[in-house]
Design a binder for this molecule. Structure first.
Ligand SMILES: NC(=O)c1ccc[n+]([C@@H]2O[C@H](COP(=O)([O-])OP(=O)(O)OC[C@H]3O[C@@H](n4cnc5c(N)ncnc54)[C@H](OP(=O)(O)O)[C@@H]3O)[C@@H](O)[C@H]2O)c1
Length: 310
């Protein structure tokens, strides 16, 4: 078990991070700064956990996390950069900001974290952990932007190992599909998850073991490890796997177009209803105006009669 450590964990409020938080909080003498943008569910998690609401997708956000951790602990023994998110989609749009948002969270933030952590350690030993992804090693249809953001992080961790101080351990996690909020975030419309799917508690346990054992790489799914070897010696296996996953994307695209048609119909119906209501209000207003006019005319006639001759 990881004990007596000062720890920063990002993406601690949900999924894999939340399960990692549960395990770390049990470690004797551990103190944890648990980071996410929304921390209501971890505010009172345990006495040794400080929840910190912060967006790590910006330089200022990461700087704030380091400042808070240094204020609380002095030295950070373990920094686990776990926060990240996916898109599941057909990449068929020109939207710089959408791509930029993903790379800022999934790639640039953990890279900048490395630089900050090295400066923070200043020669002292430390542990940096990253949640990469199996999709950061083998691309998948529907995940072009996500995949590339994690491939980039994977390339970074590979290269930086050749430069890093010897007393810095870097442990990277490569989960396959894991049953978390990840898939809700990926698209508003439900879609089929890639095969296989694991529980976040299993993935978190494997990662904690990997950190304890000083491993460089943790792949929590044995089946995927085996499949990768198989695909290496028999590439047609990968082609078949990709075909199956591409068929899922095709089904999703159909579902999405039905969803868009329905939204389009709903919007059209709402606009039509709005027009009807406006017409109804217009007609009523016209009637009221006429009634007021008639009433005013009657009152004027009455006044004329009453005061006639005065
Ligand atoms: N689930 C999978 O199938 C799978 C597979 C491979 C890799 N992964 C990776 O595993 C990591 C954890 O994902 P998960 O599956 O546990 O998903 P999750 O349940 O959606 O958890 C994501 C966590 O990251 C936080 N987060 C997201 N953006 C953030 C930001 N800008 N600033 C601070 N915190 C942020 C979220 O909290 P807030 O929204 O409140 O900020 C949440 O705590 C990610 O890096 C993901 O790419 C997941």
């Amino acid at each position: 078990m990881i004990d007596n450590k000062s720890i920063v964990l990002t993406g601690a409020s949900s999924g894999i991070g939340f399960e990692v938080l549960k395990l770390l909080a049990r470690g004797k003498g551990n103190r944890i700064l648990a980071v996410a943008r929304h921390v209501d569910n971890i505010k009172y998690f345990a006495d040794n956990v400080t929840a910190f609401a912060c967006d790590i997708s910006t330089k200022e956000g990461v700087d704030r996390v380091f400042a808070k951790a240094e204020e609380l602990f002095g030295k950070i023994d373990l920094f686990y950069a776990n926060a990240g998110f996916p898109y599941y989609e057909e990449f068929n749009y020109e939207d710089w900001d959408r791509v930029d948002a993903m790379f800022r969270t999934n790639t640039i933030s953990p890279i900048y974290t490395y630089a900050k952590y090295i400066r923070h350690l200043d020669g002292r030993p430390g542990i940096l952990a990253y949640t990469v992804s199996a999709i950061g090693e083998m691309a998948m249809p529907g995940y072009a932007i996500y995949s590339s953001s994690k491939f980039a992080l994977n390339g970074f961790q590979q290269a930086i190992r050749l430069e890093k101080p010897e007393n810095l351990q870097i442990t990277c996690l490569y989960p396959v599909a894991t049953d978390t909020n990840f898939f809700k975030v990926a698209n508003a419309v439900e879609f089929e998850k890639p095969f296989p799917v694991q529980k976040p508690s299993h993935v978190a346990r494997k990662m904690i073991e990997g950190i304890e054992q000083g491993r460089e790489k943790v792949s929590p799914c044995g089946l995927f490890g085996f499949a990768k070897v198989l695909m290496g010696v028999a590439p047609p296996v990968r082609t078949v796997y990709w075909k199956l996953e591409t068929a899922k994307l095709e089904r999703f695209k159909k579902k999405l177009s039905v969803y868009h048609e329905r939204v389009h119909e709903d919007v059209k119906a709402a606009v039509e209803k709005g027009r009807e209501v406006r017409e109804e209000i217009g007609e009523k207003a016209e009637k009221v105006r006429e009634e007021i006019g008639e009433k005013a005319h009657e009152v004027r006639e009455e006044i004329k009669d009453k005061f006639h001759g005065i």
